[in-house]
Write a protein that binds this ligand. Structure first.
Ligand code: NAD
Length: 340
């Protein structure tokens, strides 16, 4: 059993903790949480052990929530740490993991240099095996990498142009905007996503732009890919149907917006209503010579969760990539092929 400690219990950390508890080869030691708020109380009521960062504040005292120890205690009891604290905080936390001699999985809000590998399981699981520090890349980069890699393996990809329509905030972030604007983020292109994607697929010729829109669920990627040879729409669909963690949907069946993406996880009865797969509109796929065009949606809160689970196994060095991904996909009920 791999004993896992999760530091940071927000959007990503809470989901990683849930997913760890579903793995037959992992034990959730506990989570380090900054404050004793209602989420701490709910976690405790679900049997999750809570650890408090030392010296931040004394709000845990007298909160009525049982605290199992400090973050350092959690690190000491764990084989692998998942750091899911806000962007940039992982850099400050890493010395604690080094001191405790524990490997750690970081998130995409950190600089690539925080880890030895920028990780997407389907692309580079083997490169992360036995490494001390691995960075699971951001939601957008994960979604782009899965899709590009599937087509690169089969056909060869010469160039990618990806326009990203990004959700402005996660559902609980009520103080963030915009509420009535489309924001070019950034104005001057390429956006940082291109460089980040090259951290996963080195040498890829890719150009990205991004806008932020007033929604809280799902990014949409509208992409053009120039392949090494002429390929028809059906050939692309055939490859994507076989690729794990990618699912296809069709507007013919009423699937026409990110609101429909949001429904998938709820209708399948998944924890937190999560959608772990890239959701590609089959009827958005078209070809023109060597160019392929398509649109996909990415549930930003969920897509990196399977990657975190696989990254834990990779740094623990216990299994092969395909065994790990098979186990992750079956425990999280991840689909491939046509969903609707
Ligand atoms: P979040 O703000 O929802 O959660 C972070 C949590 O960590 C907060 O609850 C905060 O109180 C807590 N925290 C801060 N310092 C702490 C400490 N020292 N010890 C314990 N807890 C501490 O953030 P998030 O959205 O989950 O993002 C976490 C990371 O995941 C970031 O790197 C982000 O870029 C990345 N990421 C986020 C998303 C997303 O859509 N939210 C998607 C992919 C990747």
């Amino acid at each position: 059993m791999i004993r896992v400690g999760v530091i940071g219990y927000g959007t990503i950390g809470s989901r990683v903790a849930d997913a760890v508890r579903l793995q037959p080869d992992m034990d959730l030691v506990g989570v380090a949480k900054a404050r004793p708020d209602y989420r701490a109380r709910l976690a405790a009521s679900e049997g999750v052990r809570l650890f408090a960062p030392p010296g931040e504040d004394n709000s845990w005292e007298g909160s009525g929530i049982e605290v199992a120890g400090t973050t350092e205690d959690l690190i000491g009891e764990s084989d692998v740490i998942v750091d899911a604290t806000p962007s940039g905080r992982g850099r400050l936390n890493r010395p604690y993991y080094e001191r405790g001699g524990r490997p750690a999985v970081f998130q995409g809000g950190e600089e690539p240099s925080i880890g030895e590998v920028s990780f997407v399981a389907q692309v580079n699981y083997d490169a992360a095996v036995g490494k001390r520090y691995v960075r699971v890349v951001s939601c957008n980069t994960t979604g782009l990498a899965r899709l590009v890699w599937a087509l690169e393996r089969e056909f060869g990809v010469e160039m990618v142009i990806a326009n990203l329509v990004r959700r402005a905030a996660d559902p609980h972030e009520f103080k963030k905007g915009p509420i009535d604007a489309t924001v070019l983020d950034p104005v001057s292109v390429p956006s940082h996503h291109a460089a980040d994607l090259r951290e996963v697929i080195p040498g890829l010729r890719v150009f990205t732009s991004a806008v932020k829109v007033p929604v809280t669920h799902a990014h949409v990627h509208m992409m053009g890919l120039r392949l090494a040879s002429e390929v028809g729409k059906e050939d692309v669909i055939d490859v994507l149907l076989r690729e794990r963690r990618i699912t296809l949907v069709s507007s013919r069946h009423g699937f026409s917006s990110t609101s429909d993406v949001f429904r998938i996880g709820r209708m399948l009865g998944r924890g937190r209503g999560d959608v772990y797969e890239n959701v590609v509109w089959a009827d958005s796929i078209s070809s023109d010579g060597r160019w392929i065009f398509l649109a996909q949606a990415i549930h930003q809160e969920a897509i990196v969760i399977p990657e975190n689970i696989d990254a834990i196994r990779a740094v623990a060095g216990l299994t092969s990539g395909s065994d790990s991904m098979n186990l992750t996909d079956s425990t999280l009920n991840i689909r491939r092929g046509f969903l609707y």
